[in-house]
Design a protein around this ligand. Sequence first.
Ligand SMILES: [Zn+2]
Ligand SMILES: [Zn+2]
Length: 214
Amino acid sequence: MSDCAFDLDHYAELLDAAAAGGYRWAAFDHEPQPGDLFLRHDVDLSLDAALQLARLERERNATATYFLMTASVFYNLASSEGRAALDELRALGHHVGLHAIHPRLARDDRFDAVMAWHKPDPEYVFEPVDGVVNVMQSPWFTKGYYRSDSNHHWREGCPHEELRAGAFEWLQLLIHPEIWVYPGTTMGETMRAMVATKQDELLEHLANDRIDLS
Ligand SMILES: [Zn+2]
Ligand SMILES: [Zn+2]
């Protein structure tokens, strides 16, 4: 049986467990109903990692909501790559919301009417936001109906067995794509693997810009 590794094989097992448990892939356009699985991805660091998860989900008929940043220091949603990533997420049938940095909330028509704060403080994390669903407002966030893989660690355990057994009435499941796509047994190893990949990509961009790398 699986050791609950943070890798794409176990991610696929999580998706299969949810399907076996009879869950429905839900978007944040309605309040939680029994059987709903709100699969949420906060894309903090890598659009490429997000796309890898998105393609895997598509193969398994799973649908997620991807929360993308417009002002990240790690990726540029306005670049040709960023726009292509957003188009591909949509083409794969996923939902796209804004991953905002408090207090700036500049939603536009690239995003559905749903948002998630990046690294929120307790003062505002659960507060409703005008005109959009905040994923952490009640009832979408309800204690006991939420699991997150933050920092390479399941605070309340990997949910694959409970999903397979249908043990949650419904669930919001937060998955950070980078943790699953880049190899490593700790967050530090995984982040260094991501940086090595990004270094190769940067050198490629430099070559494309006709920078002399000799
Ligand atoms: Zn597991
Ligand atoms: Zn974030």
